[in-house]
Design a protein around this ligand. Structure first.
Ligand code: ADE
Length: 235
């Protein structure tokens, strides 16, 4: 899967994307990234990419032309119209089902806004979907784009090894993950739950499942409700 990122800060993206699991997935050829600097496409002689808002008001607005030309460059590179997503608090909430479904795309273009916004006309022209990563306002779309790329990439086959994936991870089936322990057996007077040392796999599985249900009930009552109605529907 290939990610194109339209941004004013390509170096911010590259640093993260070349690190850890994403970096390895890129080396392995499972995913690739191209951060396209919007500023490279401005026709302004001072390399300006923003201007005052019509109608007045605070802040600056990113202009349509450099974004449009940068996006056209992306489509030319890809050889087709690439699905373009705009990151904004006004968008649809990005969640695990969205990550799974976007991971089926061959490529994606993420548009990162800045300043007080982006000229609406270019959004109307190129954007296929609007996504928010949560109900708070960030200074730009770069962090949301990185969050989305991370969550989408780990759903791309081959990115996670078998031992990293696991179907019982957090949120699978609307349940949170069970607690994990590693050596030593006692640390700071706290001991590992005895059942995990029992070697009885069936009892361990049951304990872990019960922990997931209990945790979800305690930490995420909203998710617990979903879990309940889902298990009722499944009989
Ligand atoms: N840009 C600024 N804040 C954002 C958010 N919460 N989600 C997506 N894009 C954003």
């Amino acid at each position: 899967m290939k990610f194109y990122i339209l941004t004013l800060f390509p170096e911010m993206m590259e640093n993260v994307l070349n690190t850890s699991i994403l970096g390895r997935a890129k080396e392995g050829g499972y995913i690739s990234f191209e951060a396209v600097n919007i500023r490279d496409y401005t026709k302004d002689k001072h390399k300006k990419v923003d201007d005052y808002p019509y109608g007045g008001g605070a802040g600056m607005v990113m202009q349509a032309q450099p974004i449009y030309d940068a996006y056209m460059h992306v489509c030319q590179l890809a050889g087709h119209k690439v699905k373009c997503l705009y990151l904004t608090p006004q968008g649809k909430l990005f969640d695990q089902p969205a990550a799974k479904s976007l991971a089926l795309e061959e490529d994606l273009c993420l548009l990162c806004g800045h300043y007080e916004g982006v000229d609406e006309r270019v959004l109307e022209e190129i954007v296929d979907g609007y996504y928010s990563i949560g109900d708070y306002v960030l200074t730009g779309g770069e962090l949301p784009a990185l969050v989305m790329i991370d969550a989408i990439s780990r759903m791309v086959p081959g990115v996670l090894t078998n031992s990293q994936s696991g179907s019982d991870e957090s949120l699978e089936g609307n349940l949170l993950e069970y607690p994990q322990y590693s050596r030593p057996e006692t640390w700071n007077d706290r001991t590992v739950p005895a059942i995990l040392l029992s070697g009885d796999h069936a009892r361990v599985d049951k304990w872990r499942f019960d922990q997931r249900v209990e945790r979800t009930k305690a930490f995420r009552p909203d998710l617990y409700e979903k879990y309940l109605s889902q298990s009722q529907n499944n009989g």
